[in-house]
Write a protein that binds this ligand. Structure first.
Ligand code: WQD
Length: 346
């Protein structure tokens, strides 16, 4: 019998790609999403790729009663992957209470319902943002690195949610949890049937870059060329979203098979390579043949200078590795941007 996984935020960028990989690995998926930052037609894209339409419930995880209704409607959910969250760093500074309410309440509701409905485990989407700017001896940054005070309410919700999970498990709750700390997820499914759909002017590098390349934005601003890095621009660990999605499948297998060594485990999910903003732009131009209009602009407040992951633990323990190149990621991101144009979306 197929095992059923609940994916909150399953119509979002990472959630939709993970749903595809879960279905491909033989799971049934129930998506819960309030569609606050995504559209229901993402389900059509998923169904076209996998040939299977995931179940979908338009529910806000902050609504306890509605969420409980989902557990009642789909008995036997074995695991949860919790993506649903507000995720814009800048917006979180302007609307901190909205961020704390959405991101904390939804996790608390899910955790409360898990033992009641015998759900074995949860995978939580966390972020390398919890490391802040790691000290030089901690680069590449491993899971053992100190957690730094969050720079934004968004980042703080990730830290607090990690602690909520730890505390709940410590209290004796009979569940297990895997916390995945993502680096910078980019790219789109190779079919261009699903991808990232930014809401308004993108804050993140890749959607801004591809929107500039296609002419929606006039020019990409590179935020700072005077950092203490080889070419002066910031360094990140850009991970292909399909690789990231597959890390969730590996983590879910560990949970449903009860193979986890600890009730709460933490894994970095990245490539292990640091790439600068200029290197990324050059790679984009090379692999797409598109000349990008960009200029150097002042530093962006709150940016981390350089961070990339030590991903040995995920490689060894989860048996998972990022296999796609930066070229793969950028080629698919560009293909997706062109598809959005073809479809008249943007
Ligand atoms: C990457 C690099 C920018 C835009 C944030 C969150 C993190 C995570 C992902 C989210 C930086 C530079 C960007 C632009 C630029 N979580 N840049 N021009 O800041 O690493 O991480 O998003 O959901 O928690 O903090 O990602 O894509 O915004 O920036 O030069 O127009 O690109 O300065 O060096 P970041 P990013």
């Amino acid at each position: 019998m197929k095992k059923t996984i609940l994916v909150t935020g399953g119509t979002g960028f990472i959630g939709s790609h993970t749903t595809v990989e879960l279905q491909t690995a033989g799971y049934d998926v129930v998506i819960v999403d309030n569609l606050s930052n995504s559209k229901a037609d993402v389900i059509d894209g998923i169904a076209k790729i996998t040939g299977v339409r995931p179940a979908f419930e338009q529910v806000d995880c902050c609504d306890y009663a509605a969420l409980e209704g989902v557990f009642q409607k789909y008995p036997g959910i074995e695991g949860i992957i919790h993506f649903a969250a507000s995720k814009a760093v800048g917006e979180s500074v302007e609307k901190p209470l909205m961020y704390y309410r959405n991101n904390l309440t939804s996790l608390i509701n899910i955790l409360e319902l898990m033992p009641k409905y015998n759900v074995k485990g949860i995978i939580f989407s966390s972020s390398c943002t919890v490391y802040g700017q790691p000290d030089p001896e901690w680069l590449p940054v491993s899971e053992a690195a100190p957690i730094k005070k969050a720079e934004s309410p968004y980042g703080n919700t990730k830290q607090v949610n990690e602690e909520i999970i730890q505390d709940f498990v410590k209290s004796g709750a009979n569940i297990s949890a895997i916390i995945l700390r993502y680096f910078n997820p980019i790219g789109a499914h190779p079919t261009a049937l699903i991808g990232e759909v930014p809401n308004g002017a993108p804050a993140n590098l890749i959607p801004y870059l591809t929107q500039t390349a296609i002419g929606i934005r006039e020019q990409l601003a590179v935020f700072g060329d005077d950092y203490n890095t080889p070419d002066g621009s910031c360094i990140r660990d850009f991970i292909y979203v399909v690789d990231l999605a597959k890390a969730h499948v590996a983590a879910m297998a560990r949970i449903v098979e009860g193979k986890n060594a600890e009730p709460v485990e933490v894994f970095n999910v990245g490539t292990g390579n640091g790439v600068s903003v200029f290197e990324l732009i050059n790679t984009f131009e090379k692999c797409t043949g598109v000349k990008l209009n960009y200029k150097v602009a002042p530093r962006r407040a709150g940016d981390i200078e350089k961070v990339w992951g030590n991903v040995d633990k995920a490689n060894q323990v989860l048996g998972w590795k990022a296999v796609h190149t930066l070229e793969d990621s950028l080629t698919t991101a560009w293909k997706w941007q062109q598809k959005l144009r073809e479809d008249g979306i943007m």
